[in-house]
Design a protein around this ligand. Structure first.
Ligand SMILES: [Ca+2]
Length: 486
């Protein structure tokens, strides 16, 4: 007995110490995780910058998205690093350019599966989930999402088949309403309410449906009588000064197949596109209502951004990928705790969302990330050394484009088109003074008055290429577009 007592004595303090350490550790991590703000990213599909009411740049009606802008911060000068579905999603979820993460076209596999936004937030105690459109070869689970209800790629607008946690089911109704209902089911019933959540909500509209049309609700179409819709000013003349191949290739030829030689076909498409945006806006409004009903709205960051833009016959073009404004510029609106209502004119990128969310979630910044945290801008602060230009890369031939890269400052844009995907042989240059030529109608290359500016922009492009692509170790390789998808 005595021996045992003696032997037991030193054990108590040790056990007690371990217990204390455990008590100190467990509640701390729990509190930290519980204190992290909830996060919802709404990634809208083929949603160009001027297709939100908040832009005041078109007659489009998006009352719900506008309300997010009214209670949050609107970034009118926001861009994607590559304007097409899969690469845009890969850039968002890794925080890296395609030349670093491996996805520069619709077929390539992501090289950074273990280092995604989903993985990082999951490690920090978040419950991670994805809803709606998915367009990467990696499964949601591989990218750190522990709950998923999604469909892959191109689908119809109505009665879409979802994969909910491995089970296939048809969710009736309009596709984005279905995505909202799936998200609501998760938020209200399925999630672990002890944990903060990261919801990655992906709309499908206003992407064209799988029959290359916009079958929006009749009441939404009725909001946009064709007699009230303006034709793009660059509809007939916009290919002047552009690389000659564009006229012969899909960006223009597909537009002709859609009937864009006649104004009726152009107006049909603009009407369908606008109506689809309005239908998507309604689904986003319902998502916000779900958060409100749950009492979660005030403690949740909502980041709404377009995955890429879309040409509605500007420059006689359709689709995306090319570096003109309608394609690369997208809406970005952020609301949530501490976000100061207003507008930030700074140049923002989709790769900024990763560092922004790390900061908002109270996680350490990653110096390897090429993007910038928008967090100070969200508080209404100005940042003295904010980026002065954005770099855009589309080195793989896609949807009939040739390899191209671009730099855009607040006032200027320079685009280089290349003979091959290694970007060695420059074959065409474009320089636009956006401040006086927002529609990119006058290519100033060859105008001696702008020779110095051209030289400056060439240097900027060189700097950007060295900074953003050479470090990655992934050369611009020769991968070809297989013709799949839109
Ligand atoms: Ca897209």
């Amino acid at each position: 007995m005595l021996d045992m007592k003696i032997n037991d004595r030193p054990r108590f303090p040790l056990t007690f110490k371990i217990l204390l350490a455990l008590l100190a550790f467990y509640p701390a991590t729990r509190v930290l995780a519980e204190n992290r703000p909830n996060i919802v990213i709404v990634y809208t599909d083929d949603h160009r910058w001027d297709a939100v009411g908040a832009s005041r740049a078109s007659s489009i009606q998006t009352p719900n998205i506008d309300r997010l802008a009214e209670r949050g911060r609107y970034f009118p000068n926001s861009f994607v690093t590559l304007s097409i579905c899969a690469p845009s999603r890969a850039a968002l979820l890794t925080g890296h350019y395609g030349s670093a993460n491996g996805v520069m076209d619709m077929e390539s596999d992501l090289q950074m599966e273990d280092d995604t936004l989903g993985e990082r937030l999951k490690e920090a105690g978040y419950e991670t989930s994805v809803f709606g459109k998915w367009h990467l070869s990696s499964s949601p689970e591989r990218l750190g999402f522990s709950y998923a209800s999604y469909f892959y790629g191109l689908v119809p607008y109505w009665d879409v088949e979802f994969n909910r946690q491995g089970q296939t089911l048809t969710v009736p109704g309009f596709v984005d309403d279905a995505t909202t209902r799936e998200t609501a089911l998760y938020l209200e019933k399925e999630r672990n309410k002890e944990k903060p959540f990261f919801v990655f909500y992906n709309s499908f509209a206003p992407h064209m449906d799988n029959s290359f049309a916009w079958p929006a609700r009749p009441e939404s179409i009725a909001l946009y009588p064709k007699s009230n819709l303006p034709l793009p000013r660059t509809w007939k003349t916009g290919l002047n000064g552009k690389p000659p191949y564009i006229r012969q290739n899909r960006p223009h030829q597909r537009a002709l197949e859609y009937g864009y030689a006649e104004q009726e076909a152009v107006l049909d498409h603009i009407q369908g596109y606008y109506a689809s945006v309005t239908d998507m806006d309604r689904a986003v409004g319902e998502l916000v209502e779900v958060l409100e009903r749950q009492g979660l709205l005030e403690e949740t960051y909502i980041l709404l951004m377009g995955d890429n833009g879309w040409f509605n016959a500007e420059h006689g073009l359709t689709s995306k990928v090319l570096a003109y404004e309608e394609s690369i510029r997208v809406p970005l609106i952020v609301s949530g705790p501490g976000v100061k209502q207003g507008v930030s004119e700074e140049l923002a990128l989709n790769i900024d969302l990763m560092p922004t969310l790390l900061e908002l979630a109270g996680l350490p910044q990653d110096p390897e990330l090429p993007g910038r945290s928008l967090a100070p801008l969200l508080k209404g602060e100005s940042v003295a050394d904010w980026r002065e230009y954005i770099y855009y890369e589309a080195p793989h031939e896609q949807h009939g484009t040739q390899p191209l890269v671009a730099v855009r400052t607040a006032d200027w844009k320079y685009i280089g088109t290349y003979a091959e995907e290694t970007l060695d042989t420059l074959v065409f240059e474009e320089l636009y003074h956006l401040a006086s030529d927002r529609e990119e109608q006058r290519n100033l290359v060859g105008d001696p008055a702008w020779g110095e500016q051209l030289e400056e922009m060439r240097k900027l492009l060189q700097e950007a290429r060295e900074r953003y692509t050479k470090e990655s170790g992934l050369p611009y390789s020769a991968r070809k577009w297989s013709g799949k998808n839109l």
